[in-house]
Write a protein that binds this ligand. Structure first.
Ligand SMILES: Cc1cc2nc3c(=O)[nH]c(=O)nc-3n(C[C@H](O)[C@H](O)[C@H](O)COP(=O)(O)OP(=O)(O)OC[C@H]3O[C@@H](n4cnc5c(N)ncnc54)[C@H](O)[C@@H]3O)c2cc1C
Ligand code: FES
Length: 263
Protein backbone atom coordinates (compact mmCIF):
# COMPACT_ATOMS: atom_id res chain seq x y z
CA UNK A 1 0.00 0.00 0.00
CA UNK A 2 1.28 3.45 -0.93
CA UNK A 3 0.33 7.06 -0.34
CA UNK A 4 0.94 8.61 -3.73
CA UNK A 5 0.38 12.05 -5.27
CA UNK A 6 -1.21 11.35 -8.65
CA UNK A 7 -1.67 13.82 -11.47
CA UNK A 8 -4.93 13.73 -13.39
CA UNK A 9 -4.34 12.67 -17.02
CA UNK A 10 -7.98 12.20 -18.08
CA UNK A 11 -11.44 12.91 -16.69
CA UNK A 12 -14.29 12.09 -19.03
CA UNK A 13 -18.00 11.38 -18.84
CA UNK A 14 -19.17 7.82 -19.49
CA UNK A 15 -22.77 8.12 -20.59
CA UNK A 16 -25.00 10.57 -18.76
CA UNK A 17 -24.47 9.59 -15.13
CA UNK A 18 -20.88 8.33 -14.74
CA UNK A 19 -17.32 9.58 -15.17
CA UNK A 20 -13.93 7.98 -15.61
CA UNK A 21 -11.02 9.59 -13.78
CA UNK A 22 -7.47 8.58 -14.70
CA UNK A 23 -4.43 9.39 -12.58
CA UNK A 24 -0.73 8.75 -13.14
CA UNK A 25 0.13 6.59 -10.11
CA UNK A 26 3.14 4.40 -10.96
CA UNK A 27 3.46 2.72 -7.57
CA UNK A 28 -0.25 1.96 -7.17
CA UNK A 29 -0.46 0.76 -10.79
CA UNK A 30 2.46 -1.63 -10.32
CA UNK A 31 0.79 -3.41 -7.39
CA UNK A 32 -2.93 -3.20 -8.20
CA UNK A 33 -4.92 -6.42 -8.40
CA UNK A 34 -8.56 -6.79 -9.54
CA UNK A 35 -11.03 -6.14 -6.72
CA UNK A 36 -8.73 -3.75 -4.87
CA UNK A 37 -9.62 -0.11 -4.40
CA UNK A 38 -8.07 3.32 -3.95
CA UNK A 39 -8.97 5.83 -1.25
CA UNK A 40 -9.04 9.37 -2.67
CA UNK A 41 -8.58 12.55 -0.69
CA UNK A 42 -10.86 15.23 -2.10
CA UNK A 43 -8.91 18.41 -1.35
CA UNK A 44 -11.80 20.58 -2.54
CA UNK A 45 -13.94 19.49 0.46
CA UNK A 46 -13.72 21.24 3.82
CA UNK A 47 -13.55 17.82 5.55
CA UNK A 48 -10.91 16.58 3.12
CA UNK A 49 -9.57 14.28 5.81
CA UNK A 50 -12.42 11.85 4.97
CA UNK A 51 -11.39 9.99 1.84
CA UNK A 52 -13.70 8.25 -0.63
CA UNK A 53 -13.18 4.61 -1.73
CA UNK A 54 -13.35 3.60 -5.43
CA UNK A 55 -12.63 0.26 -7.09
CA UNK A 56 -9.80 0.14 -9.56
CA UNK A 57 -11.41 -0.01 -13.00
CA UNK A 58 -8.35 -0.08 -15.29
CA UNK A 59 -4.59 -0.09 -15.07
CA UNK A 60 -2.80 1.06 -18.23
CA UNK A 61 0.98 1.33 -17.81
CA UNK A 62 1.56 3.65 -14.88
CA UNK A 63 -2.01 5.02 -14.91
CA UNK A 64 -4.97 3.95 -12.78
CA UNK A 65 -8.61 4.70 -13.68
CA UNK A 66 -11.74 4.69 -11.58
CA UNK A 67 -15.33 4.80 -12.83
CA UNK A 68 -17.66 6.74 -10.55
CA UNK A 69 -21.22 7.83 -10.13
CA UNK A 70 -22.31 11.06 -8.47
CA UNK A 71 -23.94 10.01 -5.20
CA UNK A 72 -23.45 12.84 -2.71
CA UNK A 73 -21.24 15.76 -1.77
CA UNK A 74 -17.88 14.14 -2.48
CA UNK A 75 -18.63 12.62 -5.85
CA UNK A 76 -20.47 15.82 -6.89
CA UNK A 77 -17.35 17.85 -6.04
CA UNK A 78 -15.21 15.44 -8.08
CA UNK A 79 -16.80 16.80 -11.26
CA UNK A 80 -14.60 19.90 -10.86
CA UNK A 81 -11.35 17.89 -11.09
CA UNK A 82 -9.24 19.20 -14.00
CA UNK A 83 -6.39 17.77 -16.09
CA UNK A 84 -3.07 18.26 -14.30
CA UNK A 85 -4.64 18.49 -10.82
CA UNK A 86 -2.75 16.60 -8.12
CA UNK A 87 -4.66 14.13 -5.95
CA UNK A 88 -3.54 12.30 -2.86
CA UNK A 89 -4.29 8.58 -3.20
CA UNK A 90 -3.99 5.69 -0.77
CA UNK A 91 -3.76 2.32 -2.43
CA UNK A 92 -4.03 -0.28 -3.64
CA UNK A 93 -6.21 -1.34 -0.68
CA UNK A 94 -8.12 -4.50 0.17
CA UNK A 95 -7.64 -8.16 -0.67
CA UNK A 96 -8.82 -8.37 -4.31
CA UNK A 97 -10.50 -11.28 -6.12
CA UNK A 98 -8.75 -14.66 -6.25
CA UNK A 99 -7.65 -15.24 -9.86
CA UNK A 100 -8.69 -18.63 -11.27
CA UNK A 101 -6.00 -20.41 -13.25
CA UNK A 102 -6.27 -21.10 -17.00
CA UNK A 103 -7.08 -24.79 -16.35
CA UNK A 104 -9.79 -24.13 -13.69
CA UNK A 105 -12.91 -26.16 -14.47
CA UNK A 106 -15.54 -23.61 -13.41
CA UNK A 107 -16.70 -20.94 -15.86
CA UNK A 108 -16.12 -17.35 -14.63
CA UNK A 109 -19.52 -15.69 -14.27
CA UNK A 110 -19.39 -11.99 -13.42
CA UNK A 111 -22.46 -10.26 -12.01
CA UNK A 112 -22.49 -6.45 -11.94
CA UNK A 113 -24.91 -3.83 -10.70
CA UNK A 114 -24.26 -0.27 -11.93
CA UNK A 115 -20.72 0.90 -11.12
CA UNK A 116 -20.04 -2.62 -9.78
CA UNK A 117 -18.89 -3.33 -13.32
CA UNK A 118 -15.66 -1.36 -12.62
CA UNK A 119 -13.66 -3.99 -10.65
CA UNK A 120 -15.17 -6.74 -12.80
CA UNK A 121 -13.77 -5.17 -15.97
CA UNK A 122 -10.32 -5.03 -14.37
CA UNK A 123 -10.80 -8.70 -13.40
CA UNK A 124 -11.90 -9.70 -16.93
CA UNK A 125 -8.86 -7.98 -18.40
CA UNK A 126 -6.56 -10.05 -16.14
CA UNK A 127 -8.30 -13.46 -16.37
CA UNK A 128 -6.61 -16.07 -18.55
CA UNK A 129 -9.95 -16.97 -20.18
CA UNK A 130 -13.35 -15.54 -20.98
CA UNK A 131 -16.78 -16.24 -19.48
CA UNK A 132 -20.12 -14.55 -18.98
CA UNK A 133 -21.02 -11.09 -17.71
CA UNK A 134 -24.50 -10.39 -16.35
CA UNK A 135 -24.97 -6.64 -15.91
CA UNK A 136 -27.99 -4.93 -14.42
CA UNK A 137 -29.11 -1.40 -13.64
CA UNK A 138 -32.13 0.80 -13.10
CA UNK A 139 -32.08 1.99 -16.71
CA UNK A 140 -29.87 1.80 -19.83
CA UNK A 141 -27.72 4.69 -18.48
CA UNK A 142 -26.57 2.33 -15.69
CA UNK A 143 -25.32 -0.34 -18.09
CA UNK A 144 -21.64 0.36 -18.69
CA UNK A 145 -18.66 -1.07 -20.58
CA UNK A 146 -20.62 -3.64 -22.60
CA UNK A 147 -18.41 -3.12 -25.68
CA UNK A 148 -15.23 -3.38 -23.55
CA UNK A 149 -16.25 -6.83 -22.31
CA UNK A 150 -17.34 -7.93 -25.78
CA UNK A 151 -13.99 -6.76 -27.18
CA UNK A 152 -12.31 -9.13 -24.69
CA UNK A 153 -14.54 -11.96 -26.00
CA UNK A 154 -17.02 -12.12 -23.10
CA UNK A 155 -20.65 -13.15 -23.54
CA UNK A 156 -22.76 -10.29 -22.10
CA UNK A 157 -26.37 -10.58 -20.83
CA UNK A 158 -28.24 -7.49 -19.67
CA UNK A 159 -31.22 -6.51 -17.51
CA UNK A 160 -32.75 -3.16 -16.58
CA UNK A 161 -35.55 -2.36 -14.14
CA UNK A 162 -37.40 -0.33 -16.79
CA UNK A 163 -36.70 -2.67 -19.70
CA UNK A 164 -34.80 0.04 -21.65
CA UNK A 165 -31.94 -2.43 -22.31
CA UNK A 166 -31.90 -6.22 -22.10
CA UNK A 167 -34.46 -8.16 -20.09
CA UNK A 168 -36.92 -6.11 -17.99
CA UNK A 169 -36.28 -6.87 -14.31
CA UNK A 170 -33.41 -7.73 -12.00
CA UNK A 171 -30.08 -9.08 -13.20
CA UNK A 172 -31.00 -12.38 -11.52
CA UNK A 173 -33.63 -12.92 -14.26
CA UNK A 174 -31.13 -13.60 -17.09
CA UNK A 175 -28.78 -15.24 -14.57
CA UNK A 176 -31.46 -17.73 -13.49
CA UNK A 177 -32.42 -18.39 -17.10
CA UNK A 178 -28.79 -19.25 -17.86
CA UNK A 179 -28.39 -21.34 -14.69
CA UNK A 180 -31.47 -23.34 -15.72
CA UNK A 181 -29.69 -24.59 -18.83
CA UNK A 182 -26.00 -24.21 -17.91
CA UNK A 183 -23.78 -27.12 -18.86
CA UNK A 184 -20.82 -25.84 -16.87
CA UNK A 185 -20.32 -25.13 -13.22
CA UNK A 186 -20.05 -21.36 -12.58
CA UNK A 187 -17.69 -19.49 -10.29
CA UNK A 188 -19.31 -16.15 -9.43
CA UNK A 189 -17.58 -12.79 -9.07
CA UNK A 190 -20.06 -10.08 -8.10
CA UNK A 191 -20.06 -6.38 -7.30
CA UNK A 192 -23.15 -4.23 -6.87
CA UNK A 193 -25.87 -3.38 -4.37
CA UNK A 194 -26.38 -5.55 -1.28
CA UNK A 195 -29.61 -7.11 -2.54
CA UNK A 196 -27.87 -8.29 -5.70
CA UNK A 197 -24.85 -9.62 -3.80
CA UNK A 198 -27.08 -11.50 -1.42
CA UNK A 199 -29.06 -13.03 -4.29
CA UNK A 200 -25.90 -14.15 -6.09
CA UNK A 201 -24.44 -15.49 -2.85
CA UNK A 202 -27.60 -17.52 -2.14
CA UNK A 203 -27.41 -19.09 -5.61
CA UNK A 204 -23.74 -19.95 -5.10
CA UNK A 205 -24.40 -21.56 -1.72
CA UNK A 206 -27.46 -23.47 -2.98
CA UNK A 207 -25.57 -24.78 -6.02
CA UNK A 208 -22.39 -25.64 -4.10
CA UNK A 209 -20.40 -23.23 -6.28
CA UNK A 210 -17.86 -20.60 -5.32
CA UNK A 211 -19.08 -17.01 -5.22
CA UNK A 212 -16.88 -14.01 -4.52
CA UNK A 213 -18.77 -10.92 -3.39
CA UNK A 214 -17.30 -7.39 -3.30
CA UNK A 215 -19.00 -5.64 -0.37
CA UNK A 216 -19.68 -1.89 -0.45
CA UNK A 217 -19.59 -0.38 3.03
CA UNK A 218 -19.21 3.20 4.23
CA UNK A 219 -15.56 3.67 5.07
CA UNK A 220 -13.44 5.92 7.23
CA UNK A 221 -9.71 5.17 7.32
CA UNK A 222 -9.69 2.45 4.63
CA UNK A 223 -6.77 0.66 6.32
CA UNK A 224 -8.34 -1.31 9.16
CA UNK A 225 -7.96 1.15 12.04
CA UNK A 226 -11.34 2.84 12.65
CA UNK A 227 -13.82 -0.10 12.41
CA UNK A 228 -16.31 2.03 10.43
CA UNK A 229 -16.74 -0.72 7.85
CA UNK A 230 -17.27 -3.90 9.89
CA UNK A 231 -19.25 -6.84 8.54
CA UNK A 232 -20.26 -10.02 10.38
CA UNK A 233 -18.71 -13.07 8.76
CA UNK A 234 -18.64 -16.78 9.59
CA UNK A 235 -15.24 -18.53 9.63
CA UNK A 236 -15.04 -22.23 10.53
CA UNK A 237 -18.56 -22.00 11.99
CA UNK A 238 -17.71 -19.05 14.25
CA UNK A 239 -19.24 -15.60 13.72
CA UNK A 240 -16.78 -12.74 13.91
CA UNK A 241 -16.49 -9.14 12.74
CA UNK A 242 -14.35 -8.45 9.67
CA UNK A 243 -13.15 -5.10 8.34
CA UNK A 244 -14.39 -4.71 4.79
CA UNK A 245 -11.50 -2.34 3.93
CA UNK A 246 -8.71 -4.64 5.08
CA UNK A 247 -10.08 -8.20 5.36
CA UNK A 248 -12.25 -7.57 2.26
CA UNK A 249 -13.83 -6.06 0.29
CA UNK A 250 -14.05 -9.52 -1.31
CA UNK A 251 -15.66 -12.28 0.75
CA UNK A 252 -16.75 -15.78 -0.24
CA UNK A 253 -20.57 -16.23 -0.24
CA UNK A 254 -20.53 -18.72 2.62
CA UNK A 255 -18.67 -16.28 4.86
CA UNK A 256 -21.09 -13.37 4.69
CA UNK A 257 -23.69 -13.16 7.48
CA UNK A 258 -26.44 -10.88 6.18
CA UNK A 259 -28.48 -8.80 8.60
CA UNK A 260 -32.19 -9.75 8.59
CA UNK A 261 -32.93 -6.12 7.61
CA UNK A 262 -30.64 -6.26 4.58
CA UNK A 263 -32.48 -6.78 1.28
C1 LIG B 1 -14.66 -0.90 -1.75
C2 LIG B 1 -15.55 0.15 -2.39
C3 LIG B 1 -15.45 0.36 -3.75
C4 LIG B 1 -16.25 1.34 -4.35
N1 LIG B 1 -16.13 1.52 -5.71
C5 LIG B 1 -16.87 2.47 -6.32
C6 LIG B 1 -16.74 2.68 -7.72
O1 LIG B 1 -15.97 1.99 -8.42
N2 LIG B 1 -17.50 3.67 -8.29
C7 LIG B 1 -18.37 4.42 -7.54
O2 LIG B 1 -19.03 5.30 -8.12
N3 LIG B 1 -18.51 4.25 -6.21
C8 LIG B 1 -17.77 3.29 -5.58
N4 LIG B 1 -17.92 3.09 -4.23
C9 LIG B 1 -18.87 3.93 -3.49
C10 LIG B 1 -18.26 5.31 -3.26
O3 LIG B 1 -17.21 5.22 -2.32
C11 LIG B 1 -19.35 6.24 -2.72
O4 LIG B 1 -20.31 6.43 -3.73
C12 LIG B 1 -18.79 7.56 -2.33
O5 LIG B 1 -17.94 7.42 -1.22
C13 LIG B 1 -19.90 8.51 -2.00
O6 LIG B 1 -19.32 9.69 -1.51
P1 LIG B 1 -20.12 11.06 -1.54
O7 LIG B 1 -19.36 12.04 -0.72
O8 LIG B 1 -20.46 11.45 -2.94
O9 LIG B 1 -21.47 10.66 -0.87
P2 LIG B 1 -22.00 11.02 0.58
O10 LIG B 1 -23.19 10.18 0.80
O11 LIG B 1 -22.15 12.51 0.73
O12 LIG B 1 -20.80 10.50 1.49
C14 LIG B 1 -20.72 10.73 2.83
C15 LIG B 1 -19.84 9.69 3.43
O13 LIG B 1 -20.36 8.37 3.23
C16 LIG B 1 -19.45 7.53 2.56
N5 LIG B 1 -20.21 6.77 1.56
C17 LIG B 1 -21.35 7.14 0.97
N6 LIG B 1 -21.81 6.18 0.13
C18 LIG B 1 -20.92 5.18 0.22
C19 LIG B 1 -20.83 3.90 -0.38
N7 LIG B 1 -21.76 3.44 -1.23
N8 LIG B 1 -19.79 3.14 -0.08
C20 LIG B 1 -18.85 3.55 0.77
N9 LIG B 1 -18.87 4.74 1.40
C21 LIG B 1 -19.90 5.54 1.11
C22 LIG B 1 -18.42 8.44 1.97
O14 LIG B 1 -17.12 7.84 1.94
C23 LIG B 1 -18.44 9.62 2.89
O15 LIG B 1 -17.57 9.42 3.98
C24 LIG B 1 -17.15 2.12 -3.58
C25 LIG B 1 -17.25 1.89 -2.21
C26 LIG B 1 -16.45 0.92 -1.61
C27 LIG B 1 -16.56 0.67 -0.14
S1 FES C 1 -12.64 1.95 7.10
FE1 FES C 1 -11.53 2.08 8.96
S2 FES C 1 -11.45 -0.01 9.58
FE2 FES C 1 -12.36 -0.10 7.60
Amino acid sequence: MHVEEGSVVAHEPMGSAYRVLTLRLPRVAAQARPGQFVHLRLAMLSDAVLRRPFSIYRVDGDCVSILYKTIGRGTAAMKSIRLGDAMNVLGPLGNGFPLPTADAIALPVLVAGGYGVAPLYFLASRLPRTGLLFAGGATNADILCVECFQALGWDVRLATDDGSLGVRGLVTAPLDAWLGEARREPEFFACGPNGMLRAVGERAVAGGWKGWLSLDRHMGCGVGACLACVQMIRKDGVETLARVCKDGPIFESREVVWEPSEP
